[in-house]
Design a protein around this ligand. Structure first.
Ligand code: HDD
Length: 682
């Protein structure tokens, strides 16, 4: 079979393609020197409506007033029905080339090939204006503008999903979003309808465990993994197939916020993740991820080590199928306009390229319908692919015509195939030899039924695997999360039923959650044998890159602070001085600073300021490194923090701080923070 990497001509066309130009302001639009109406009429005044005298009523004939207000009235488009809250960035994906053995997709197979991408990160449940740091799954959607057409990898930061069949998506989303009578609570699962649904619908259990884990409160979008979730079928140049799961591995490691920290941040800075993404790119501290694949044989039964690869509630542990890195993504450019780019981008699992095919996973199959469909109401018609952010870099000639918001002036009379009238201008079908998308022939058979394979009935073993794989600290966090969320339910019966579900996963976890709720722990049938997957653990001994981290100094912009700023800047760390009042070199005042914006704090001056006491106590509770310079010792004493506690760094220099930041948190302090032990200030 001919390789499907783009021909030099196609590449040349791609380089001069409209999408690149389109990222600049469209020619002729919004470029005039004068203020005009939308029709180009120059306007002398846009501050006063046309009235019958200065004190008179406005005149209906004021076309400028009406056009201005009408346009404004229609500025918003419907927010996404899920994943409404998000933010995005452009980047470059560079292929390592090793994926050529499993796929002919040029953007993966051709070593060194650079492909433009746009990534949109999101939460699932909240409205567009909701907070970034809520407990939720995060979307991780990537559009690759490949020379063979757009490929969208629409994944999440969790490798499994609540449901096995797309037909249940409206149910899980209606249950998880706000209650329809009062439209509360916003952006969270800590309420009755969610727990009612998942306690009755036990195939959600594995995803619920991920949602109650630290993965649901990422430190930033930089520190999340991404997963394609479903199994895809890759096809190489020889026509050989493999079953594959996609993974994004963050170069910065996987790190989370403390739960209390996430809650405070939601109020103090609801744009925390969005701001971090934009600020980091502006500062040249680009987010980096490696794309990896787990490759499984394309066997007749589509299972691997007994795991049904069509079941989206199951993972394949990395210990069974290692994640092989196949390329690198660097997010390096902020959008210019949130609405035009981030809001109008339209992802769709049916945006595929030769070498990547879908499988019969029933969740994936339903998604193939939903994403195209939703854009019709969200983006107002079938021509959304013409929006600059959605345009393909590969030449397009689709024979579609007309429709709302058609912006192409099609010429000629032919929009059909076959025809004899279009001449050389008309598109012709493309066979595989010129990159046409031809499915690998696969036998499809079966009775018409509404049923799942038997293997889909195991709802608990992988939830047990996940829990068993976590470090004790992460397990504790999960116990706390279950207890927190279930105690927010009003219905006792829901709590009890959910404890019954937990009892089928892990007895110890159930006992702890039940104790927290003041309820008896029911007996269940947890799996007898569980083989943990250490790759799922977040807390390890590894020291991670620290670019994008922030250190606060409670003190003054003196020489010592400047030296630290200089030394840590080299590693991409921002050092901010927090002083009683503003002034040169002061980035935060005592009044404006809050612990959540710092990964480590240094007390460098003596103060009894109450807000600084709170800041230090929170940093302590959230297991952040705390440094002490000079009179700062007194400040720590005032805050009730023991200088000998783990992670209190006496007179730290840049290297000491860098090492502490690289571990993310002072894990040795966490056992001291258990409710029984008194944390400072509590
Ligand atoms: Fe979905 C958006 C991820 C199942 C229907 N989904 C959406 C986004 C992400 C995901 C990241 C935001 C895209 C963006 O930034 O614009 N969805 C997933 C994952 C799933 C999943 C990883 C399971 C593995 N989704 C799923 C199902 C359905 C949908 C089963 C419907 C049957 N999803 C949608 C949607 C959205 C969407 C309604 C809302 C806005 C949009 O598509 O463009 O069509």
């Amino acid at each position: 079979m001919e390789p499907t990497v783009p021909s030099p001509k196609a590449k040349e066309e791609a380089e001069t393609s409209p999408v690149k130009e389109s990222l600049a302001p469209a020619r002729g639009l919004q470029t005039g020197d004068y203020l005009t109406t939308a029709q180009g009429l120059r306007l002398p005044d846009t501050d006063h409506s046309l009235k019958a005298g200065p004190r008179g009523p406005s005149l209906l004939e004021d076309f400028h007033l009406r056009e201005k207000i009408t346009h404004f009235d229609h500025e918003r488009i419907p927010e996404r029905v899920v994943h409404a809250r998000g933010s995005g960035a452009y980047g470059t994906f560079t292929a390592y080339g090793n994926a050529a053995s499993v796929t002919k997709a040029g953007f993966l197979a051709e070593k060194g090939l650079e492909t433009d991408v746009f990534v949109r990160f999101s939460t699932v449940l909240g409205s567009r204006g909701s907070a970034d740091t809520v407990r939720d799954t995060r979307g991780f959607a990537v559009k690759f503008y490949t020379a063979e057409g757009n490929f969208d990898l629409v994944g999440n930061n969790m490798p499994v999903f609540f449901i096995q069949d797309a037909i249940k998506f409206p149910d899980v989303i209606h249950a998880a979003k706000w209650h329809p009578d009062r439209e509360i609570p916003q952006a969270q699962t800590a309420h009755d309808t969610f727990w009612d649904f998942v306690s009755l619908h036990t195939e959600a259990t594995h995803h619920v465990f991920w949602a109650m884990s630290d993965r649901a409160v990422p430190r930033s979008y930089r520190t999340m993994e991404g997963f394609g979730v479903h199994t895809f079928r890759l096809v190489n140049a020889e026509g050989e197939t493999a079953l594959v799961k996609f993974h994004w591995k963050p170069v910065a490691g996987v790190h989370s916020l403390a739960w209390e920290e996430a809650q405070i941040t939601a109020g103090v800075d609801p744009d925390f993740h969005r701001r971090d993404l934009a600020d980091s790119i502006d500062a040249g501290l680009f987010y980096e991820f490696e794309l990896g694949i787990q490759v499984m044989p394309d066997s007749d039964d589509e299972t691997f080590h007994g795991i049904d690869l069509l079941d989206p509630t199951k993972i394949v542990p990395e210990e069974l199928a290692p994640v092989q890195p196949v390329g690198k993504l660097v997010l390096n450019r902020n959008p210019d306009n949130f609405h035009a780019e981030t809001e109008q981008i339209a992802f769709h699992l049916g945006h595929l390229v030769p070498g990547i095919e879908v499988t019969n996973d029933p969740l994936l199959q339903g998604r193939l319908f939903s994403y195209l469909d939703t854009q019709l109401s969200r983006l107002g018609g079938p021509n959304f692919a013409q929006l600059p952010i959605n345009r393909s870099q590969a030449p397009v000639n689709d024979n579609h015509r007309d429709g709302l918001h058609q912006s192409v002036v099609h010429r000629g009379i032919v929009a059909y195939l076959p025809n004899s009238l279009a001449g050389p201008e008309g598109p012709v079908p493309a066979g595989p030899e010129v990159g046409g998308y031809v499915n690998v022939p696969k036998m499809v058979h079966g009775e018409k039924v509404r049923a799942n394979p038997v293997s889909f009935a195991d709802h608990y073993s992988q939830a047990a695997l996940f829990y068993a794989s976590l470090s004790p600290i992460e397990q504790d966090h999960m116990v706390e999360a279950f207890t927190f969320e279930l105690s927010k339910c009003y219905e006792q019966a829901i709590r009890e039923r959910m404890l019954g579900v937990l009892a089928n996963v892990n007895t110890e976890l159930t006992a702890k959650v039940a104790a927290g709720l003041g309820l008896p722990a029911p007996e269940g049938k947890p799996p007898l044998e569980v083989t943990p997957s250490p790759a799922l653990r977040q807390i390890t001994d590894r020291v991670w890159p620290i670019a994008g981290r922030v250190v606060g100094i409670i003190g003054a912009p003196d020489k010592q602070a400047a030296a630290l700023q200089k030394a840590l800047k080299a590693q991409g760390v921002v050092v901010r001085v927090i002083a009683p009042v503003g002034g040169p070199g002061v980035e935060r005042t005592f009044q404006t600073a809050r612990s959540v914006e710092f990964d480590a704090v240094i007390a460098a001056t003596a103060t009894t300021d109450l807000q600084m006491m709170v800041l230090l106590q929170e940093a302590y509770r959230h297991a952040k490194p705390i440094g002490v310079w000079g009179k700062g010792e007194q400040t720590l004493a005032n805050a009730g923090i023991d200088l000998k506690a783990p992670g209190i760094l006496l007179d730290p220099d840049a290297d000491t701080l860098a090492a502490a930041l690289g571990a993310h948190r002072v894990w040795a302090r966490v056992p001291l923070l258990k409710p029984a032990a008194s944390s400072p200030g509590s």
